[in-house]
Design a binder for this molecule. Structure first.
Ligand code: EAX
Length: 323
C-alpha cells in the first residue's frame, strides 16, 4: 500500500513539474484581420511553433494594426518591446536600406519569379542584412502584387493616374516610381488609410487584392485597376531579444514553423486573387482587368537609372535573371 501511495505522489509531483515548465507567450502583430493572408500565415506559424517547441512557446496575436503601423511594429521588434511582426517590406527599407531593391516597380515578372528570388540566395542575403540590423527574418511571407484603387476615375493606362493624390507606403522607391506615372504620392501609415480614403484626404491607394478585401476598401473606393505595378514581399520578423535566448533546436523549430506559415500565407494570397475580383465587383467596385501595363513600364523606365545608381545595375539584373 505504502509503495502505491509513493508512486501516486511521485506521478503527481512530475505532472505538476511538467505543467509548471515555463511557457513563454510571444506577442505577434500584423496590419490586417485574423482571417486575412497575414492572419492565416501568422496562425499557421504560431501553431507549428508551439508544436515544435512542445508548448514551451505560444503566441498572442494582435491583428488589425492593434500594435500600431508596420514601421512602428518593426521598430518595437528591433527594440525588443514586441516579439514578432508579420509585415510588408514597405517601411522596412527605413531600417535596412538594401531591402528597398525589392520594392522597385515592375521588377518581378510574376509570383513564381518573386518567390524564387525571395527564397533563393538573393532573399537569403537580404535576411542576413536584416539580422545585422537587429531584425531576425524567419521567413519571407507575402503581401502580393499591388493594384491601384481610387475614387475619381478608371485607370486604364499610366496617363489616367496623372494628378491623382495617392497614399503610398513610407517607401521612397515606391514614391519615386509612382511620380513617373504623374501620381502625387502621400506617404501614410496603414492604420490611417481607411479614414483618409473615407474623408477624401487622398483620392486613392495601392495594395494587393488580399489587403483591399480584408480592409473593405470597396466601401470607400469606386475604381480598381489591376496594375500589378509592384510585388510586395512580407517578412516574419522575430526580435533578437527572443532569438538569442533560443536553443539551437528551438531556433530550427521557429524557422521551420515560419516556412510553413509563409506557405500558408502565399496560398491565401493566390486564393484571394482568384476569388477576390468577383467579390469586389459584387461589393460595387468598377474593375479594369486589362490595364495597359506597357504604358506604366515605359513611364517608370527613366527611374531605373536612379534605382541602378542606388542599388547597382548588377543587383537589379541578377533579380531579373532568376528563372
Ligand atoms: O502590409 O501599408 C500597406 O499598404 C501594406 O500593404 C499593408 O499594411 C499590409
Amino acid at each position: 500500500m505504502k509503495q502505491r501511495i509513493k508512486t501516486i505522489a511521485l506521478a503527481a509531483l512530475l505532472a505538476t513539474a511538467g505543467a509548471a515548465q515555463a511557457q513563454t507567450i510571444l506577442k505577434i502583430g500584423y496590419a490586417t484581420s485574423a482571417t486575412s493572408h497575414y492572419g492565416v500565415g501568422s496562425t499557421v506559424f504560431c501553431e507549428e511553433m508551439e508544436k515544435g517547441t512542445q508548448g514551451r512557446y505560444k503566441c498572442q496575436q494582435f491583428p488589425n494594426s492593434a500594435l500600431g503601423g508596420e514601421r512602428e511594429q518593426i521598430e518595437a521588434v528591433q527594440l525588443g518591446t514586441q516579439d514578432i511582426v508579420n509585415t510588408s517590406t514597405g517601411p522596412l527599407g527605413n531600417f535596412v536600406p538594401e531591402v528597398k531593391i525589392v520594392d522597385i516597380p515592375f521588377l518581378f515578372r510574376d509570383y513564381d519569379h518573386a518567390r524564387k528570388v525571395m527564397d533563393g540566395p538573393i532573399g537569403q542575403d537580404l535576411q542576413k542584412k536584416m539580422e545585422a540590423k537587429g531584425l531576425i527574418n524567419l521567413a519571407w511571407t507575402e503581401n502580393g502584387f499591388r493594384h491601384m484603387t481610387n475614387s475619381k476615375r478608371a485607370i486604364n493606362q499610366a496617363n489616367d493616374a496623372n494628378g491623382l493624390k495617392m497614399r503610398t507606403m513610407e517607401n521612397k522607391v515606391h514614391m519615386d516610381g509612382y511620380k513617373t506615372f504623374g501620381i502625387l504620392p502621400t506617404p501614410m501609415a496603414f492604420p490611417e488609410l481607411f479614414t483618409a480614403l473615407q474623408q477624401g484626404t487622398v483620392d486613392g491607394q495601392e495594395n494587393p487584392i488580399p489587403v483591399i478585401l480584408a480592409s473593405k476598401f470597396s466601401q470607400v473606393q469606386k475604381h480598381l485597376s489591376l496594375t500589378g505595378h509592384v510585388y510586395s514581399p512580407a517578412a516574419l520578423i522575430l526580435s533578437p531579444a527572443v532569438w538569442n535566448k533560443l536553443s539551437a533546436a528551438d531556433k530550427e523549430a521557429f524557422v521551420a514553423a515560419a516556412k510553413k506559415g509563409a506557405a500558408a500565407q502565399r496560398k491565401k494570397v493566390n486564393d484571394d486573387e482568384n476569388n477576390g475580383i468577383a467579390q469586389l465587383k459584387s461589393e460595387g467596385m468598377q474593375v479594369v482587368e486589362k490595364v495597359d501595363g506597357e504604358s506604366f513600364r515605359k513611364a517608370v523606365a527613366p527611374a531605373y537609372a536612379q534605382f541602378a545608381k542606388e542599388f547597382g545595375a548588377d543587383k537589379i539584373a541578377a533579380i531579373q535573371a532568376v528563372r
